[in-house]
Design a protein around this ligand. Structure first.
Ligand code: EPU
Length: 418
């Protein structure tokens, strides 16, 4: 077990580069199951969820090669299994993205149901209803979903909610279906556009990715790809908030204003000074940190994956803010830990009311999920004295070399054995 120890109160300054996107990289890896040919994916972050996905792909019979993660090569020439087992799916929900590609390519898939997780119950009904519309026969037994279809056939699918994962699963499955699929009420996240762009280079026929209606004309087979993953907009947003919360000034290379519109608008409202430059975004803390209300919603709304980090910032704002979480029913697990650091936050259902305090005080804290953990790191950077964040494995699922990047910006942060 490791923990992160932070001596707070250092202003961050300098330049930092955002890693490749975890949430774009994961579906890209599963897309490699759709073809016998080699897929090279560049810029994947070196994080635990990517490593878990590679183990899953190897378990299915794919050959995986990596060049120190600068690029990953996956070749799923012959698949020896069509089963994604419980021990991998339980550690990473995104493994469920194996379902669509496997049934589309091999006619059969057996994938463990992911179960709930720290942030909510996270059902899979939208994925399954969509696959049934594509003609798959679905059975659930013994904790597994089994899907079968000689060949999927295109259909018009209207999602009950613009689920990111369901859109990705159905988009991938539909590329090999017989005929045309239209996904209505599709998720519009940049990660979906990136997946579609890679699939198109593999020979898929897709239009409308990035809008709420995606059209896919199925093809018989797909070829390989050589694709560079987009920069991680959630890591970029986290780094912008790190600069703001420490009163610093940072140039975040790879941060894209077009992917971060909702966050940038709220930071601007809070008085943080931002400028989009050719290779990223520069951020400078303004004078007084004002408060802003947020409501999480599907892209292009305010991302749930930045809610905890923004709450840490608002904990030090000059006034009161309302933070409404609409995507996950249990994504306020960081509130109690922030309160242990002196934050004044009251939760009522899906709304957290944050009353800014003049200072946070360092404390030993722990978190239950990835974004909650990084919110505590941010709070620790701004707090007086020492903060120790335990259960660092949550952070390692999705942030690459975080303490190294923050140290290079002047933070006093180290990883130690607990
Ligand atoms: N939902 C259903 N039924 C379904 C699918 C989803 O009810 O069949 C509900 C979920 O329970 C949730 C909401 O719809 O309340 C949104 O879920 P969505 O499917 O959009 O999320 P996801 O695909 O499981 C991805 C990211 C999450 C991110 C969400 C929302 C990946 C690997 N994960 O999850 O990222 O929070 O979209 O933007 O892309 C993270 O990186 O920390 C993380 C949790």
């Amino acid at each position: 077990m490791q923990k992160i120890v932070i001596q707070g109160g250092r202003r961050l300054g300098g330049t930092v580069t955002v890693s490749g996107s975890k949430n774009a990289g994961l579906p890209l890896l599963f897309a490699s199951l759709l073809t016998r040919e080699r897929c090279t994916i560049r810029g994947l972050p070196r994080v635990a969820d990517i490593t878990t996905s590679l183990r899953l792909l190897e378990g299915l019979g794919a050959l995986v090669g990596d060049d120190q993660f600068a690029s990953i090569v996956v070749e799923a020439r012959a698949l020896s299994s069509s089963e994604a087992p419980y021990d991998l799916v339980k550690t990473m929900r995104a493994s469920f993205l194996a379902l669509g590609p496997l049934v589309a390519r091999t006619g059969r898939a057996r994938v463990s149901t992911p179960g709930g997780c720290a942030i909510g119950s996270r059902p899979i009904d939208i994925h399954l209803a969509g696959l049934e519309r594509l003609g798959a026969r679905i059975r659930q037994s013994h904790g597994y979903v089994e899907a079968e279809a000689t060949r999927l056939r295109g259909a018009r699918i209207t999602l009950d909610f613009p689920s990111v994962g369901a859109t990705e699963n159905l988009l991938m499955a539909a590329t090999l279906a017989d005929g045309t699929t239209v996904i209505e009420n599709a998720a519009r996240e940049p990660e979906i556009e990136d997946l579609a762009a890679a699939l198109v280079t593999m020979g898929a026929r897709i239009s409308g990715a990035g809008t709420n209606e995606i059209r896919i004309d199925g093809v018989r087979e797909l070829g390989g790809c050589d694709h560079s993953v987009i920069a991680d907009r959630i890591e970029a947003g986290t780094l912008l908030i790190a600069a703001a919360i420490t009163g610093g000034e940072v140039h975040v290379i790879g941060a894209r204003a077009d992917h971060l519109g909702a966050l940038l608008a709220k930071l601007d409202e809070a008085g943080v000074v931002l400028a989009a430059v050719s290779d990223g975004i520069t951020v400078r803390a303004g004078g007084v940190l004002r408060t802003a209300d947020i409501r999480t919603s599907p892209y292009p709304g305010f991302p749930t994956d930045l809610q905890a980090q923004f709450m840490a910032l608002m904990a030090l704002g000059d006034g009161q803010s309302a933070i409404i979480e609409t995507i996950f029913e249990n994504r306020f697990m960081h509130v109690q830990e922030l309160a242990r650091m002196g934050a004044d936050i009251r939760v009522d259902g899906r709304t957290a009311t944050v009353r800014g305090v003049a200072a946070l005080s360092g404390a030993p804290v722990m978190a239950t999920d990835l974004r909650a953990s990084v919110c505590l790191v941010l709070a620790g950077l701004a707090a007086q004295n020492t903060t120790e964040v335990s259960r660092v494995y949550h952070l390692d699922r999705g942030y690459e070399r975080l303490e190294e990047k923050l140290s290079a910006l002047g933070a006093d942060i180290v990883r130690v054995r607990a």
